[in-house]
Ligand binder design. Structure first.
Ligand code: SF4
Length: 310
């Protein structure tokens, strides 16, 4: 089966990066809330990856576009800052280790000015790699891994099909740290619905504190048609929380968190209200913002439903 270039789904902080596909789909395609649910994992041939790197280098240096290279390569290259690369797709750390290493070596050879390579990783991918392997990727400028933890509540993790429990997630987060790879961890407000909301918020504050990542991000659940969670909702078996309840969850997470030095934000477009700051230093300021909006009960302070994004 030939490799099909995946749609670009990337963390907001990678907006200036070049998006280089090494896989498509996700190896853990069982998360019931996710657009990647049921996706087929495809592994790209290393030859194809190198060919794209060659084309990118030719374009970056001489502005030459080759006829057999997809237009998308040049469309992305035009907005590239020349410093960062983001490896696609849903969990590109699953790319077989020798090929991942070879891709990074080739990127470093062609772009010595490269500052950082970023990647989505599942906890499974991280646990599969040894610390030494991760360190060698770090030496080749794999500088940041984005990992969706989603919840600290084992029951929620099991229900949504993450395939990992609390301790495994924490183990993966710590392993990244040990290897010197910056970790950016996300959690999902509302993932436990109305019934599990309180437990989810408390356990999520706890898992984030245990992982103690460099970056932490809250997203808010968006029910995606075609996913099992959406069907559950349609059947009346999943009860989504209200926008203000999502802020209550966020307040618990920020209030109960215990970080060393974490840039934490709810700036993602899925959220109803944005806060950001360095925790623990900005905790009081961030809590005050949330408390003020919650006390106002004024929907005008919230992002409109039609402006929310995935
Ligand atoms: S591991 Fe991540 S990308 Fe893969 S299905 Fe789950 S949430 Fe989606």
């Amino acid at each position: 089966m030939s490799f099909e270039r995946p749609t670009i789904i990337r963390p907001p902080s990678e907006w200036k990066s070049y998006y280089l596909p090494v896989t498509s789909g996700c190896s853990n395609n069982t998360c019931t809330f996710c657009d990647y649910y049921g996706s087929k994992l495809r592994i790209r041939e290393i030859g194809e990856v190198k060919k794209e790197i060659d084309a990118l280098a030719l374009y970056a240096r001489h502005g030459i576009c080759l006829p057999d290279i997809p237009n998308m390569v040049y469309a992305v290259a035009r907005t590239w800052d020349g410093k960062r690369i983001f490896l696609q797709d849903g969990d590109a750390l699953v790319y077989p280790f020798p090929r991942l290493k070879e891709s990074l070596e080739y990127l470093n050879e062609k772009f010595p000015q490269l500052e950082r390579v970023g990647i989505y990783a599942t906890a499974q991918d991280v646990l599969r790699r040894s610390v030494d392997e991760l360190r060698s990727l770090r030496e080749l400028k794999l500088g940041i891994a984005y990992m969706g933890v989603e919840s600290g509540d084992d029951e929620v993790l099991r229900k949504v099909g993450k395939g990992m429990d609390y301790h495994q997630m924490v183990g993966a987060g710590r392993k990244l740290k040990e290897a010197g790879i910056t970790s950016s961890v996300t959690v999902i407000l509302g993932l436990a619905g109305v019934e599990g909301s309180e437990r989810h918020a408390n356990a999520t504050a706890k898992i984030l504190s245990d992982i103690d990542p460099d970056y932490g991000g809250a997203l808010t659940l968006t029910l995606v048609p075609g996913t099992p969670l959406y069907e559950e909702y349609q059947r009346g078996d999943f009860h989504p929380i209200s926008p203000f309840r999502s802020l209550e969850e966020l307040k618990v997470i920020v209030g109960n968190s215990n970080f060393t030095n974490c840039f934490f934000s709810s700036m993602h477009a899925s959220n109803y209200f944005s806060i950001r700051g360095i925790l623990p230093y900005d905790k009081e300021k961030m809590l005050k913002k949330l408390e003020d909006v919650l006390a106002s009960k004024n929907p005008a302070f919230l992002r409109s439903e039609f402006l929310r994004g995935l």
